[in-house]
Design a protein around this ligand. Structure first.
Ligand SMILES: Nc1ncnc2c1ncn2[C@@H]1O[C@H](COP(=O)(O)OP(=O)(O)O)[C@@H](O)[C@H]1O
Ligand SMILES: CC(=O)OP(=O)(O)O
Ligand SMILES: [Mg+2]
Length: 383
């Protein structure tokens, strides 16, 4: 059996995993469970020798994912030598990768309410592994870490100061994705540039960075703020929450469910949280959901450009950002007043520069590599 470092990235609609050779860190297997935990879940595997497999999953519960994954690895002659987990919320205390001791796991579990779609799933996998393989090294890499050095001003809400001291601040998420993009900016001569990255997946956020460092992000205290997402509302007037509680008697769980699971693309379209389904639909509600998604994204790109003092490049990444030319074109068209313009044919490429020659700023599609970033961050701890 070949020992591997296994990366686990539990997103809101997917579970992505990769097996890297434990000695030379070659990528051996790439896997994706799509519609993770839903009735129509599927598994896709991509082997280093070019072989591909995919199938529908009959037993779709999230708690069944780890045994399935370990069996898949065993079939491929791979055995886990270390597990590297994406953990969405590091809170005030974790701004760097950390070994997942029992004490650390307890601290991270206390943050679950701030990331209900992610933290419980990731930590359940960690616990399952800790139970069956108590001596297995397990490392957590955090979505929040990349933003920890953002200017204090951009981490502050306009509320009384003592809340900040208590940890009520803008943390920002998708940091592993942004760090992976930042690593690639020098290839495009953008090492010192002012860049806005749109991470558009089931969860969606945007980050303004300068010289590869986070300056401001659309996500805040939780992964609920900012852009419209698959099932999350993004920016919302907080009075709506009070109205729900006061006028409709909704308790905290009901409000949370509304904001995290019934809003966003799903809520507005009444049809699906999956952008692919909405783009193919003729329903006016689906069209309106896509328009609102693109409008919110364009507005936040302009806002983040102010936070970073101008815009040298706009980058699209993640499930929607990488794969939907239509969404990219819609967002960039709304930013035409800033001088941004796409090359319509280049816009259909993946991992490419897609701006027209007369665009005021570069526009790029860069595939995210959260797993590669996790491996790079965890290796020093595993050495
Ligand atoms: N070809 C495509 N066109 C439009 N959207 C796509 C395409 N492929 C994937 N997506 C969307 O990407 C989203 C998933 O993004 P991803 O970043 O993988 O999610 P997660 O938030 O679970 O990590 C889904 O909404 C899916 O509809
Ligand atoms: C933080 C977050 O929303 O992550 P994802 O997009 O993977 O669901
Ligand atoms: Mg994701």
């Amino acid at each position: 059996m070949t020992p591997v470092h296994l990366t686990l990235n539990a997103g809101s609609s997917t579970l992505k995993f990769r097996a890297y050779h434990a000695d030379d860190h070659r990528l051996l297997l790439r896997g994706l469970i799509d519609h993770f935990g839903a009735g129509d879940a599927s598994l896709a595997l991509d082997f280093a020798d070019g072989r591909r497999e995919s199938r529908r999953l009959a037993d779709t519960g999230r708690e069944r994912a780890l045994p399935l994954l370990l069996a898949t690895l065993a079939d491929a002659g791979l055995v886990v030598a270390a597990a590297i987990h994406r953990v969405v919320h590091g809170g005030r205390d974790f701004a760097a990768p950390v070994a997942l001791t029992a004490a650390v796991r307890e601290q991270l579990a206390a943050l679950s309410a701030l990331a209900p779609l992610h933290q419980p799933t990731s930590l359940a996998v960690v616990e399952q592994l800790a139970e069956t393989r108590p001596t297995l090294p397990q490392i957590a890499c955090f979505d929040t870490a990349f933003h920890a050095k953002a200017p204090a001003l951009n981490q502050r809400f306009a509320i009384a100061r003592h809340w900040y001291d208590e940890g009520v601040r803008r943390y920002g998420f998708h940091g592993l994705s942004y760090a992976a993009i930042a690593r690639r900016l020098p290839e495009y001569g953008l090492a010192d540039a002012r860049v806005v990255v749109c991470h558009l997946g089931s969860g969606a956020s945007a980050c303004g960075m300068v010289a590869g460092q986070s300056v401001a992000s659309t996500m805040g205290f939780s992964a609920l703020d900012g852009l419209m997402m698959g099932t999350r509302a993004g920016l919302i007037d907080p009075e709506v929450l009070l109205y729900w509680q006061e006028t409709h008697g909704m308790d905290i769980k009901a409000v949370r469910d509304e904001l995290y699971k019934k809003s966003g693309l799903l809520g507005v379209s009444g049809l699906s949280s999956d952008m692919r389904v909405l783009l193919e639909s003729d329903a006016p509600e689906a069209h309106e959901a896509v328009e609102l998604f693109c409008s919110r994204a364009a507005r936040e790109v302009a806002s983040l450009s102010t936070a970073i003092g101008g815009l040298d490049a706009l980058v699209f990444t993640a499930g929607i950002g990488e794969h939907s030319a239509e969404v990219r074109a819609n967002i960039v068209a709304r930013l035409g007043w800033l001088g941004l313009a796409l090359d319509a044919s280049a816009n259909h490429e993946h991992d490419a520069e897609i701006a027209s020659p007369d665009s005021s700023a570069d526009i790029l599609v860069i595939p995210t590599d959260e797993e590669g970033e996790m491996l790079a961050e965890a290796l020093p701890l595993l050495a």
